[in-house]
Design a protein around this ligand. Structure first.
Ligand code: 6CS
Length: 315
């Protein structure tokens, strides 16, 4: 058998090397009986096209960012909340691995749309890029912020005073270059690998949340697989949680250094003090109620449980 595995990233980037490593492991475990074909971002359209491809069965597996299911799986936007997970990326991953709110309750929400998330993993702490230098909420006044297809991301940046605009990342470099948008959020590895630093003068290490991705499968396809095949998939996905944590950590560390030393494209790296982060946190907190009241279809029950799970890890 051959399984198609689409990712939202290209050669060398975290999601794509994840799919390559997954392919290698599946081939080894099945003595070559199953081949996994990783697909780079672009060939199958935008990220939202890829979501549709997984749902329709054109691909069996996908790495998917919840932001691109923002207009469909309402609860999945929980990851767009700022300052919810711990500041530590490692602790965040621990919660992503163990949370029942996510791995049971949120999975059920995705399954009603034909998408089964098998794992949630971080691609690193988020940073903001811009030309003006983002240090305080006032810097977002009238700022055209690029976001993914998520009403909650929209709300989060409106709370800072920005004008958010949804775009696929394939259009982002040009949009930043032409000034159609003023800035964007991503982990440092992605900012540097996608060369956004060529067209942006500053990067703010805001750590306002984590970039979370999901390993997903088409629900009907997965359920129709024999148990031993399902076990090989889920076992491989579980094993790879530590692997992908290390991979994103390596890329984020390496690219942070490369960005600092890039004399062709000098980038001012802005580190926020705790006081500065507090100003953003204050504006971000009420968005949790917005999520409960206007986004959630289960009255915020998943967020309530997740908040408890997060406190248990941080206290
Ligand atoms: O900004 C984005 O939309 C892209 N960022 C990452 C880290 N992965 C894929 C995604 O489409």
């Amino acid at each position: 058998a051959t399984w198609r595995f689409v990712t939202e990233e290209v050669q060398g980037q975290v999601q794509y090397v994840y799919a390559e490593e997954f392919a290698k492991r599946i081939s080894e475990k099945t003595d070559g009986k199953i081949t996994v074909e990783p697909y780079e971002y672009g060939g199958l359209g935008t990220e939202t096209d890829q979501v549709a491809a997984l749902q329709g069965g054109a691909v069996e597996l996908a790495v998917m960012s919840p932001g691109f299911t923002g207009n469909m799986v309402m609860e999945g936007q929980i990851f767009a909340l700022h300052f919810l997970f711990p500041d530590s990326v490692e602790k965040t991953q621990e919660i992503l691995n163990t949370s029942e709110a996510l791995n049971v309750d949120l999975v059920k929400q995705y399954e009603t749309h034909g998408i089964t998330p098998l794992a949630f993993w971080t691609e690193g702490a988020m940073a903001w890029s811009s030309n003006k230098g983002l240090r305080e909420p006032a810097d977002f006044d009238g700022f055209n912020m690029r976001i993914q297809e998520s009403p909650l991301m929209q709300e989060s940046y409106k709370a800072y005073g920005a004008s958010p605009q949804a775009l696929p990342w394939g259009e982002l470099y040009t949009a930043l270059d032409r000034g159609t948008v003023d800035g964007q959020e991503n982990p440092v590895f992605f900012i540097y690998d996608a060369a956004f630093n060529e067209v942006q003068d500053t990067v703010t290490l805001s750590n306002h949340n984590n970039y979370v991705a999901m390993t997903t499968v088409n629900t009907d396809w997965y359920n129709s697989q024999p148990e031993n095949v399902q076990n090989v998939i889920s076992e491989t996905v579980d094993e790879m949680q530590d692997w992908v944590y290390d991979e994103q950590d390596r890329q984020n560390t390496e690219y942070a250094e490369a960005m600092e030393n890039d004399t062709d494209n000098p980038t001012e790296i802005i580190e926020l003090t705790e006081e500065q982060r507090e100003e953003f946190r204050k504006l971000a907190l009420p968005i949790r109620d917005y999520y409960r009241e206007n986004i959630s279809t289960v009255d915020g029950a998943i967020l309530d449980k997740l908040e408890e799970e997060i406190s248990a890890v941080t206290e």
